[in-house]
Design a protein around this ligand. Structure first.
Ligand code: MG
Length: 282
């Protein structure tokens, strides 16, 4: 298998990615997909999507969970609404995740990515223990479908993420490392964090950002094109090499409201990644 195939995050009818057609136009052969809405998760739709993928020669490396009611309008809003942390929707979202896992199996994909939400930090609290139990339950179900769960980074510091994964204790629980999120959420230096959790990284997002000019951890930083923020693209890829990562490099640019700009900035990211790859492996 090709080392470090460059990929892009795509959306079918939900999420902030580009259309599959755009990935094809850019000559990209690896994608992560935001889960389609429930009405689109049928065996017929899976088959139609698969035949499109086959025609384009594109492989899906990971399907990302997403739920109605999630909002990233502010960090506080994200903490309130995202993933499995909100108790009112937890059981329903776990049930929906099992449906998404089954749909993902129809696509022949072995990884599910997820922003599980802001995990509480007090390891002795009942809130924390309930989250550990919820993610264990999800991992067990995914395992039955031959799948791994990749936790998206950003909503906690590396050491908290490690402790949580350890407490869940499932051998199919890994990390999707998004360096920009650590900057956007104010959760630490991406390169140091990558070194700390490197042994668990099974997929990555090539995304960039700048630190908030407001209060860190309260106000959003700003997402910018890959290579133009504080991640340090070259250092990020060099560190991926150092930790022995050899999976896809999936570009994420979350501005679907500006499709032309989104496509052109993904193109620039592609060129940048290819040139750094060449430099690192020549
Ligand atoms: Mg991401």
């Amino acid at each position: 298998m090709e080392k470090w195939p460059v990929g892009v995050f795509v959306s079918v009818d939900a999420g902030l990615g580009v259309k599959l057609e755009v990935a094809h136009e850019l000559g990209i052969k690896s994608v992560q997909v935001h889960t389609p809405h429930r009405q689109s998760r049928t065996p017929e739709q899976a088959e139609a999507f698969l035949s499109k993928l086959n025609a384009y020669g594109i492989t899906v490396s990971c399907v990302f969970l997403g739920f109605d009611g999630e909002s990233y309008a502010s960090i506080a809003k994200a903490a309130e609404t995202v993933g499995f942390v909100p108790k009112a929707t937890r059981a329903a979202r776990l049930a929906e995740s099992r449906e998404i896992s089954d749909f993902t199996k129809l696509l022949g994909v072995h990884a599910i990515g997820s922003h599980i939400g802001f995990v509480p930090h007090d390891r002795n609290s009942s809130d924390y223990k309930e989250m550990v139990a919820a993610i264990k339950e999800l991992c067990d179900y995914l395992k039955g479908n031959g799948q791994r769960l990749h936790l998206e980074t950003g909503q906690e510091k590396a050491e908290n993420l490690l402790a949580f994964i350890n407490d869940v204790g499932c051998d199919n629980l890994f990390i999707n490392f998004d360096p920009a999120n650590l900057i956007l959420y104010g959760m630490g230096d991406p390169i140091g964090s990558l070194k700390a959790v490197g042994h668990l990284v099974r997929s990555v997002h090539c995304k960039d950002g700048t630190t908030t000019s407001g209060v860190k951890g309260v106000d959003w930083g700003c997402e910018v094109p890959f290579g133009q923020g504080e991640v340090n693209a070259k250092n990020f890829l060099a560190t991926l090499k150092e930790i022995g990562y050899d999976g896809p490099l999936t570009i994420e640019r979350e501005i679907p409201e500006e499709p032309e700009r989104q496509k052109s900035e993904i193109t620039q990211a592609l060129t940048l990644i290819e040139s750094i790859k060449q430099e690192l492996f020549s």
